[in-house]
Ligand binder design. Sequence first.
Ligand code: NAD
Length: 299
Amino acid sequence: MIISGKDIAAQLRSDMQQQVDAMREMYGRAPSLVVIQVGDDPASTIYVRNKMRAAEFCHIQSRQILLPSSITESDLCKQIEELNRDNNVDGILVQLPLPEHIDEEHILRAIRAEKDVDGFHPDNAAYLWLHQPLVKKHVASIYNPVPDYGCTIPCTPKGILSLLASTGVELDGKRAVMVGRSDIVGKPMAKLLMDRQCTVTLAHSHTSDLPAVCREADILIVAVGKPKLISADCIKPGAIVIDVGINRLPDGTLSGDVDFEACKDIAAHITPVPGGVGPMTVTMLMQNTIDCFRRRMAK
Ligand code: NAD
């Protein structure tokens, strides 16, 4: 069965619209998100535009700040500090990648952790790794895919847990293989799956016999960036396959990391590209903005 991230994201965004309207009623203003773009990289421009549109749909107050690629690291930090201090700003996102003369890690640390809607700040990452919330008490659903860690969870892994919840498959005790060990997808995903009582293997570019490792997976998640790396011989019959990869092919079309046509009849559930993980990532950014607002208002 195909898991439509596009449909689930649409359902979640309608629900968020209502959440935001109720919050505006209660607190006198809606949650607010500021997205900073440095330079005019065309791919970044499309990503930022999608985020702005999603925010508008969800009735989240949003603002884009476009800065020249020549900006210095210290001027960018000053801009972030101003937003950190602004009480009416709940979420700050700096669109990556940044120009080479700017240290991304430094910039991500400059955003106050409580306003870090991407969940990339080291405090948020540490919180995720050091906490194990009472998962037994948490009933996962597409609307509420992760228990409360008290910090921001990166958008893509959070969206994937929502997609997994949509299948109705119990995760407890399952073998999960995460291919790719990035800080934004692979590592946090592995931790979240461990907390859901999965037995997790984190595979990467040095993993030997990747197909054999993947074939053990009841849940296979792939975030590599290599078109059709995962072929039919990597799939255990009946597995759930989540394809995070976004690759532009020479003919201009998009492909995931999984050979969708070859794998779709072997897997029990599989996400397409486009229309799978991508829309969920943007949707979880909206949820993270709402959650940051809620936590700030509760203080
Ligand atoms: P990355 O690009 O930082 O790193 C790639 C990872 O793949 C590394 O951990 C590396 O060890 C692993 N890898 C490389 N070659 C491999 C191989 N042959 N076999 C096994 N593992 C291999 O990772 P990322 O930032 O998570 O991005 C991965 C892909 O996911 C990219 O295509 C990116 O565009 C996409 N992505 C999509 C979304 C979304 O919302 N859909 C979000 C984030 C990333």
